[in-house]
Design a protein around this ligand. Sequence first.
Ligand code: FEO
Length: 589
Amino acid sequence: MINSENIIQQKANIPKLSLQCENIGANTTTIRSLDWERSRFDIEFGLHNGTTYNSFIIKGEKTAVIDTSHEKFSDTWIKLLVKQVNPKEIDYLIVSHTEPDHSGLISNLLDLNNNIEIIASKVAIQFLENQVHRPFKSTAIKTGAELSLGVNPSNGIKHRIEFISAPNLHWPDTIFSFDHATKILYTCDAFGLHYCTHELFDIHPELIAPDFRYYYDCLMGPNARSVLQALKRIKKFPQIETIAVGHGPLLKHNLELWLDNYANWSSQRSKGEGYAAICYISQYGSCDRLSQAIALGINKADAQVQLVDIRASDAQELSSLIGEANAVVVPTWTNHPDSELQSSIGTMLAALKPKQWVGVYESYGENDQPIDVIANQLRSLGQKEGFSPLRVKKSPDAKIFQQFEEAGADLGQLLNRKKNIANIKSFDGDLMKAMGRISGGLYVVTASQGIDNEKRQGAMIASWVSQASFNPPGLTVAVAKDRAIESLMQVGDRFVLNVLEENKYQKLFRQFLRRFPPGADRFKGIDLIDKAAKGGPVLVDALAYLDCVIQQRLETTDHWITYALVENGKISNLDAKTAVHHRKVGTSY
Ligand code: FEO
């Protein structure tokens, strides 16, 4: 039940930002900051359902707050918190992770009570020193550390909080907190999803599942090994009843499903021997976000990734992660590194092995070392270039993130090349010749999202297309997981199916079949009909087009089968036929 008195709307009738305050367990309250229309978050483009930033208050004899909110809630979050607890009576602020969507109001809270003791990982406390610019009381904790809040005087319940480190989920600073009294596990980013709703809990798993998966793919998948490590650590807690996430509905009614999802997806991504080590420098420029975009691309190509924070990893760990990797991706670093960072960079370079694939990207920090100097240095060490140096000349926008993701996918394909060839050779020849007799039409799928600098576009040749419903009209398109356009084809996204015409398709076929470098304009030199469809560009030379919106996605081993409703369509020549694609074998399109 929603208590409407507890919801503060910032603007009447335009609920772009609002707050929700609910009890979620004994002596435990959540304040959820509801950001209804956030359309982009980190590298996860095209959020359709907004997001939330969840914080919590636990009252024993002493009082702890877990995480704050995004600074865009500065006007309202503190006011609502003060209604729940006198700030002078807050003893502890548990900081699960220092990214600004959770730590944006720490300074505001310390303004009200500078005696609050911050409980966080050592790395988080270091990060906070740069964020809050004032002295604060703190205790650094590790896995196994406990915090007793004592007994709540009104009901005699004793709150004992136990911590575990959960590095890389999603920064190296992350901790989980488990309250033994309520059996609530607080995980911040991990197990979260960007889905804004007044529903406090996961009572409609089917509605939130696509966003839960997308969030995992973008933020957690690149750290699959760390996810498995965290899952192992939380097994020690007896019967978790609720996972109080930092984003989206809290997880309570389908815990087994969500935990199994994380375990299965992460095991899948951690299989195999080779991996790409994607190095980044936490809290330097846009290094973190850019490294994630590369990692997402590598994962899409079904290759393994290990994100490595150069600043937070110790020398031995750094050396072995780099030395054992099949590919290493290196960021530019500041011209004036501190001695600790300098030493870590030295360790990273010394650990490189000849013939590893390497890629270099700009961090867009304040004062990056020239990227060409670093690229030349790597070449001189005998490294093979996995992708051309990725340059960033302005604050990273959607196009730059798309370029980085595509570079990652290219590198992932390089890493998997031998395995994929071996797979094809292992297929039963007769069976695959028989599969090759499955034929389809020829189409170009196009998709476009955002405007101006945030505009992202994609296109691909498709032939695995089929009508799937009469009323309402619907169709399916199979999209390989490593296709660049796949990121633009999530549930709720739009696309256009351009139908190619028999005897008139060659130019378009050649254009869209070729391999594009990361970030390249797929439509250069192609005539388009302006604003004909909502989903993406319509090709002048197509026989027909269908404007589609995606309803569902079904996962197979290497493709997503995308079911979409067709909202609009037009044909240019009633007498013409669709181009048909005949194949010889079923091992390729
Ligand atoms: Fe929700 Fe990594 O912050």
